[in-house]
Ligand binder design. Sequence first.
Ligand code: ADP
Ligand code: MG
Ligand code: MG
Length: 880
Amino acid sequence: TKWVYGFGAGRNDGKADMRNLLGGKGANLAEMASIGLPVPPGFTVTTEVCTYYYDNGRQYPPELKAQADEALARIEEAVGAKFGDATNPLLVSVRSGARVSMPGMMDTVLNLGLNDDTVQGLAKRSGDERFAWDSYRRFVQMYGSVVLGVDHHRFEEIIEEAKHSSGAVEDTELTAADWQKVVAEYKAMVAQAIGKPFPLDPQDQLWGAIGAVFGSWMNPRANTYRRLHDIPASWGTAVNVQAMVFGNMGNDCATGVCFTRDPSTGENIFYGEYLINAQGEDVVAGIRTPQPMAKEKAKPGERSMEEAMPEAYAELCKVRETLERHYTDMQDIEFTVQSNKLYMLQTRNGKRTAAASLKVAVDMAEEGLIDRTEAVKRVSPGSLDQLLHPTLDPKAPRKVLTKGLPASPGAACGVVVFSAEEAEARANKGEAVVLVRIETSPEDIAGMHAAKGILTTRGGMTSHAAVVARGMGRPCVAGAGGIVVDYAAGTISAGGQVVRGGETITLDGATGEVFLGAVPMIEPKLSGDFATLMGWADEVRRLKVRANAETPLDADTARKFGAEGIGLCRTEHMFFDADRIGSVRQMIMSETEGGRRAALEKLLPFQRSDFVELFRIMAGLPVTIRLLDPPLHEFLPHKDEELAEVAESLGADLATMKRRAADLSEANPMLGHRGCRLGVTFPEIYEMQARAIFEAALEIAEETGKPVVPEIMIPLVGMKKELEITRAQVDKVAKEVFEAKGKSVEYLVGTMIELPRAALTADRIAESADFFSFGTNDLTQTTFGLSRDDAGKFLPYYVEKDILPKDPFVSLDVEGVGALVEIAAEKGRKTKDKLKLGICGEHGGDPASIQFCETAGLDYVSCSPYRVPVARLAAAQAAL
Ligand code: ADP
Ligand code: MG
Ligand code: MG
């Protein structure tokens, strides 16, 4: 077996599509080398070695050592230096790299191969004593903390002490002799901490670092991250060993991190940060302030790379173009300049905000880098959610607490918490929280996920908090140095103002501002790139997208978002309004048909005007109206004065009312007297609703001159007879209304399929139905035999233990509930081949469920208004 793949040393064994074997970093290093970009030579130890290692009691495959030695020899030859050689030493970095970039993995170790002998060689060859000792101390520090597990504070203490005794403020002021002393103290401290000497043999160092990378694959941080992101442990990580290039060898050297486009906005400009005379993570560590890439981005006092190193910058600009053309996507790159020569150390598809993702996809299609269908595929439907949600109202009054970096856009408002654990705990209770940290690290991921927004006081645009927040779509303000966070006291203070944990703040990740209290937000804009991409999506999708809406506001929103009708109007929601709840209660509490009819008479005009408004907003589009569904007791009066009011309206006494209320209460209301069972036993209710619908339809058809085709939906049908009976009531009312008004409209009568029995007998039910709409919320409850309202007590456990892959109320259970949907669709269409099929549960807005609906051949999905664009895009992707 080939366990080791070389790159850059005259031969490239790997390429970009081998990320499963080589990890993302290794595969792209090989790819960059093979398209002629300047990549320091190196080799990748494959992910299969990692798997082997864990399958074999932490042993390596026997052939590994020889393959690695051979690959190392090729690097030595390419670089012209020897690993461990005292006069001309080769130094390497050891870098982890899984298939997907994964925080929690071992940090990179740089300058490996240095010891008391080789440091002399490095000093001589470079002619720079200080550089050599600085590199050595960096190595001992990284190796000591990352591989040997010594607390990094202990290294920092030694540096602080060295600075103090030599009167230096910055690290850069320390001399070769200072660093030499630091190295000696480091080694002594490490030896004391781990109980054995610091390893000085380069081979020991190398295999120690490789072992640490594999070991980190199973550490708790990595495990948490994998769990949150559905990454199987079996993937394993690769290890990259690569010849060092030095960005810390003087002022013609630098290191940097950048994106080929702006990852916050998507704007087509070179975006990033670099530091002169620095190494590796110095850029993100926040010790010195990184400088901008492009001259036009430089603020007063800053020195752009374009100005400081014009040649290397020009080369980097060419690399930027090459990479975008080659990968046809925005890249996130890491580079180092050694003596004015550029070296590429990493490239990958850049993480970006939803806004940037949209803009980059549309721009790249318009630039001809990709085609429109590819652009449609590029944007994750779920991420649109972020663009559809409100931003801060610019006119709203606000009190600024502080300003930091605009690290991830969007507005967030919530109570202040200071730890990831508290963020999770309070979010689980339904609270909106803002996580406030000095800085974040991989162990904070779960808390960042739980928070509405993230605020840090340290770190730049490429800090951990910023990168992770952008990836998750959480608004983030980073590096807000103007505030002081005191974990112990539980306070944030800024210029005399103090905010305590539990108090509300608002942050704007697009501007970096942080405000006291809650600031009102406004609706998003849906024009421009958004409209363009949605247009392309609409061209390719087959599924129609409707919305679930009852109120005029929801219906308006739905149309604005491009809904092609209403797929579910839940009429019971119209019964709770203050102006009618009295009559609703009167209807329910009445013990006679006459009493009920009298109350329904009063409800008719309300219900009619509800439908008038909906039909007007939806003019020309289909509107599915579900007749009354919930158990009656949901409308029951609870307080004594409410009971007394109903008693008075019915001319009954309080005791009778209480008895009636008790009679109506049910042991298991979700499976009780609800849905069409009400319509069957109290026909007058559905009759009133049907009358309201038809009268409204006639009115709006006349007013708008457009056809109004109500689709009347009977809920909770389990038997064909139920539908026959209720349908007959509707048809009878239609006839009466049409005769009385001397005109008519077309209408459909259909049913929800939300009981297993309905699905299994769908061929029979279809005889009386013009359409089916799958009510997948109830269908999930009844298929699993579990109540959604109680499932919270155990479902999370089920998902965690992998008993269920996902919450079936969020994403349709294809195996079980989906099977019933398929059976019903097939049986229904056997009876009526044109039977219209839709879905109207929460699932109608879930991309994975929409994919299922496409495969099952449904005609439309219906979801909440805000999810409509998500559904349109998901439907397009499902069709591709
Ligand atoms: P991460 O996955 O955390 O980004 P990397 O393996 O990319 O870790 O290493 C972090 C940084 O270390 C790189 O961006 C680069 O600046 C530096 N680095 C890694 N390998 C080398 C090398 N061979 N020569 C110079 N710098 C390197
Ligand atoms: Mg790192
Ligand atoms: Mg990197």
